[in-house]
Ligand binder design. Structure first.
Ligand code: ADP
Ligand code: ASP
Ligand code: MG
Length: 593
């Protein structure tokens, strides 16, 4: 008999009527011949209410006690769900994370799953019971209750589906699937039939709250198909699988991370290891950084900017203060009033001009771009929070995301793991200490590119659009783009191009710099881009730290950085490319599939 996992989110169990409706869905699936495991979230806004209660008592509740508190929300709903199933004449058993044997590490409020015991669930299923598992929670090796991070019930569901070998993991929620963007913010968003793991991962990481991004890491690693669908109808939802819906579109979706903060460390001595010092201190506080931008050093000093969740800002600033002291940097600045807007698509890698379309659309609305980073399948910009919703609508429209894609995809997704690789990943995961451990699927070197930096770009709307329209007008394909934070009303925009196009680009950059009132542009004739790809790239804060540390130990200076959920790119001096490749391969040997 096949196992089916069904997860019900907060709104889907918000009252007794909804709990009974969910119970009926599970019973129906059981009658159809499945062994059913339900994963249930806390009722409605129960978790938010518990968070608020804690805040009324103290500003800094101990993380262990937070977990003790928050886990109670799910304990209420599993008990009620089991009662509902019983009342409808079927057998069920509710289980907490600890009772199942979901063992996590001890990182309270952000714990990672190490292992899951299937014994108790299998026994109950064999006895014909519906298993009702509390989402979001586990227990560490010392029997302390832990939670997996907000929205973590999705991760519980997919992890249970993985260990039970379930054929399908159904996520029942208050929308009938995954849309091209949040339909609450952009009503014209389009329902998608299918989306690839990599695209969903990037969208989730970029703020699409419909799925917890770590759940997609599990799904990708263990090849679990996910069906996101509505609790309130029987309409088909969205399948999250290895293949994208279409490979004929550059962008499949857009997302907004509304509550972000930008931090800039000022005048950092430009030497190997400086970035490492900053990010290792932040990583030690379990804060994930994003959109790391380092501007090219002037007079031996660099500026390093990055974004974090606004909630993580206090912890981040403490870490930054320590790093500033250690490095002898000048200080730091921050802005906690910003949002991140991203567009995602596996088709982006093979189509030039995507970034420019996004920049132009924002320019036409007069929206100023404060920071830019690009990776192979994602472009992210930082804008002020007042403009975030408008920016999201604008880019959604610019890529005509409300229109269906031309043709369904045929072959395997470019960015997703192939079948062989996925199998190797599962085998590796079985040998690893923890199910959520980092997996590296490839480390590649590209030393065919050069870098151009437009220096001192006026900090106003339309500048990035101008630059990249001119470059692409000259027939040059741009790869990586980063734009640092404007200081004194000026920003630096760096990008990489094929080496053969450098002279052409530099001439163009000089002319444009004069026209726009920028300083003289800078360049590097040969750079090396190292791309480390895998699963858990961003959520494992240790990854960036180990990359920077190992390169710093080898005296290799990092020039540009871009991070995504599936890949971290660093650009170093072209002469150090081979050495950097060796260093990284050695550093991550144990995590390679
Ligand atoms: P649950 O409580 O069931 O886990 P969530 O609130 O976590 O539900 O997730 C569902 C919500 O995610 C939707 O109501 C929607 O507003 C939001 N959302 C954000 N981005 C998207 C997207 N791309 N597609 C669908 N929903 C999205
Ligand atoms: N109840 C938890 C939360 O609200 C977990 C979840 O619903 O996924 O974050
Ligand atoms: Mg959710």
């Amino acid at each position: 008999m096949s196992v089916l996992v069904q997860k019900f989110g907060g709104t889907s169990v918000a009252d007794s009527k909804k709990i009974l409706a969910a119970a009926r869905k599970a019973i129906r699936a059981k009658m159809e011949g499945n062994q059913v495991v339900m994963v249930v979230s806390a009722m409605g806004h129960a978790t938010d209410l518990l968070v608020d209660l804690a805040k009324e008592i103290t500003d800094e509740p101990p993380a262990r006690e937070m977990d003790m508190l928050l886990s109670t929300g799910e304990q209420v709903s599993v008990a009620l769900m089991a009662m509902a199933v019983h009342s409808l004449g079927h057998e069920a058993v509710s289980l907490t994370g600890a009772q199942i044997g979901i063992v996590t590490d001890s990182t309270h409020t952000k714990a990672r799953i190490r292992s899951i015991s299937t014994e108790r669930m299998r026994k109950a299923l064999k006895e014909g019971k519906i298993v009702i598992a509390a989402g979001f929670q586990g227990v560490d090796e010392h029997n302390n209750i832990t939670t997996l991070g907000r929205g973590g019930s999705d991760t519980t569901a997919v992890a249970l589906a993985a260990v039970l070998g379930a054929g399908n993991c159904e996520i029942y929620t208050d929308v009938d699937g995954v849309y091209t963007t949040d339909p609450r913010v952009v009503p014209e968003a389009r329902h998608m039939k299918q989306i690839s793991y990599d695209e969903m991962l990037e969208l989730a990481g970029a703020g699409a709250g419909v799925m917890h991004s770590r759940s997609i890491e599990f799904a990708k690693k263990f090849s679990v198909p996910i069906h996101v669908r509505s609790s309130f109808s029987d309409n088909p939802g969205t399948m999250i699988v290895a293949e994208p819906e279409s490979r004929d579109v550059p962008v499949c979706g857009a997302a907004m991370a509304k509550n972000e903060a930008r931090v800039t460390v000022l005048k950092v001595p430009d030497r190997p290891g400086a970035a490492m010092t900053i990010f290792s201190r932040i990583a030690a506080r379990n804060v994930a950084t994003d959109m790391i931008v380092q501007n090219v050093a002037e007079n031996g000093d660099a500026e390093i900017s990055f974004t974090v969740f606004r909630d993580d800002l206090p912890a981040t600033l403490k870490a930054v203060e320590e790093a500033v002291r250690e490095l002898g940097a000048e200080g730091y600045s921050y802005d906690d009033d910003v949002s991140k807007i991203s567009v995602v698509g596996t088709g982006m890698a093979t189509r030039p001009g995507v970034a420019q379309t996004m920049f132009r659309a924002l320019a036409e609305k007069g929206i100023n771009i404060l920071m830019i980073t690009t990776s192979e399948i994602k472009i992210s910009v930082v804008v002020s929070r007042d403009h975030a919703a408008e920016a999201l609508r604008t880019v959604h429209q610019a890529f005509q995301l409300d229109q269906p894609p031309p043709e369904p995809a045929a072959a395997a997704a470019a960015g997703a793991m192939g079948a062989g690789q996925a199998k190797a990943a599962v085998n590796l995961a079985a040998r690893m200490a923890g199910m959520e451990d980092l997996i590296i699927s490839g480390i590649e070197l590209d030393d065919t590119q050069a870098r151009v930096t437009v220096v001192g770009v006026p900090d106003k709307a339309g500048m990035a659009a101008r630059i990249f329209e001119e470059v692409s007008g000259a027939g040059v394909v741009v790869d990586m783009i980063v734009q640092s934070v404007g200081h004194d009303g000026r920003a630096d925009v760096s990008f990489t191009v094929p080496q053969k196009d450098l002279d052409k680009c530099l001439k163009l950059a000089r002319d444009l710099s004069k026209k726009l009132g920028c300083d003289a542009p800078e360049s590097c004739p040969k750079v090396a881009k190292l791309a480390v790809s895998g699963v858990g790239m961003r959520s494992h804060t240790i990854l960036a730290r180990r990359m920077f540390q190992s390169l710093a130990d080898a005296k290799i200076n990092v020039d540009m950085i871009s991070t995504s959920e599936v890949r971290v790119n660093v650009v170093v001096d072209g002469d150090h490319g081979r050495k950097a490749l060796e260093v990284l391969k050695k550093e991550f040997a144990e995590a390679m599939v």
